[in-house]
Design a protein around this ligand. Structure first.
Ligand code: CDT
Length: 300
């Protein structure tokens, strides 16, 4: 067996005026808790360093780019990297990335136990809208603030196996998991910020937790991979975000889950060899896939 002890490190709300140093301190406390439980890898949420700023309409580069990181690691985040290296524990978290040539991405990184960035992902499925829509109680302007990711869906050799990366809305798309499944992913790590209220279809609000579980459990099972999904949760600047951070086995079973909406760690021993229970059987791709019949889904 190849066991990775994984921690899902859910975070409660981050206030608009909360400095990066505070978010990083909270992440360091969660990292220590995870280490106390002998974790190898800690998974944090999407946009873990700031409040979920796409809920506000902004116009000027200055007001938008204060939420972005110009380098990674940078001095604000370096203490997290230092602690993790000292404790010999890996981690994954999301942040808003501003590149030297001015591109903006919703990004996540995977860092190994030696403190090296071994994986980087830029979010492909950007939900929401481009312009201010005053009828909404809050905005969801990811399409305005981010460009579509240009790194594909990476699967990297790390933690003794193949680790895939995606972010939040990506988890709702079967193609996300299947592309990584085809690359042999044995564990997919992802963070999310999911409002409880979905203004275009409020009749589905009561299904948010169900849909969250549905997509991650299906993605895990249909590709024979572990999935670790981690929320930023709770009432953030008046907007309720779901929790429900969990670790899903390749069978689709939830093996660990957070109970509340605050900073919280749950861990699970994830045996990567268990992926073969699915990958060698019902979803043996080489034996059972019929790609000639799937051509429509790869057409634009
Ligand atoms: N951050 C993110 O991608 N959130 C979306 C919200 C629903 S679409 C407006 C999600 O898929 O969870």
């Amino acid at each position: 067996s190849r066991i990775v002890n994984v921690a899902a490190a859910q975070m409660g709300p981050i206030a608009l005026d909360e400095p990066r140093s505070s978010a990083v301190s909270r992440m360091m406390a969660l990292l220590r808790q995870a280490k106390d439980e002998h974790a190898d890898l800690v998974v944090f949420p999407e946009l873990a360093l700031t409040t979920f700023f796409p809920r506000w309409y902004m116009v000027t580069d200055a007001e938008i780019e204060r939420f972005f990181e110009r380098g990674m690691p940078n001095p604000d985040v370096q203490p997290l990297f230092d602690l993790a290296r000292e404790l010999r524990i890996g981690f994954n978290f999301g942040y808003a990335e501003l590149t030297p040539d001015g591109q903006r991405f919703n990004t996540a990184i995977l860092v190994d136990k030696a403190g090296q960035i071994v994986g980087k992902y830029r979010k492909v499925h950007l939900p929401g809208h481009f312009d201010n829509e005053p009828w909404r109680p809050f905005q969801h302007l990811e399409k305005r603030y981010f460009e579509t990711g240009n790194l594909g869906f990476p699967v990297v050799e790390a933690f003794g196996g193949k680790v895939g990366m995606c972010i939040c809305n990506d988890r709702r798309w079967p193609e996300t998991y299947r592309v990584m499944g085809l690359k042999g992913a044995e564990m997919i790590v992802l963070g999310y910020n999911t409002p409880l209220h979905y203004p275009p279809a409020p009749e589905h609000d009561h299904l948010q937790d169900f849909h969250n579980r549905l997509v991650m459990q299906a993605g895990a099972y249909q590709n024979g991979t572990w999935v670790v999904g981690v929320a930023k949760a709770g009432r953030e600047e008046g907007c309720d975000l779901i929790g429900g951070s969990c670790i899903v086995a390749p069978t689709g079973e939830v093996v660990a889950e957070c109970a509340g909406l605050e900073d919280e760690v749950v861990v699970a021993l994830c045996d990567l060899d268990r992926c073969q229970e699915i990958k060698s059987n019902v979803f043996n791709f080489a034996l059972h896939r019929e790609p000639e019949n799937y051509q429509l889904i790869t057409a634009a």
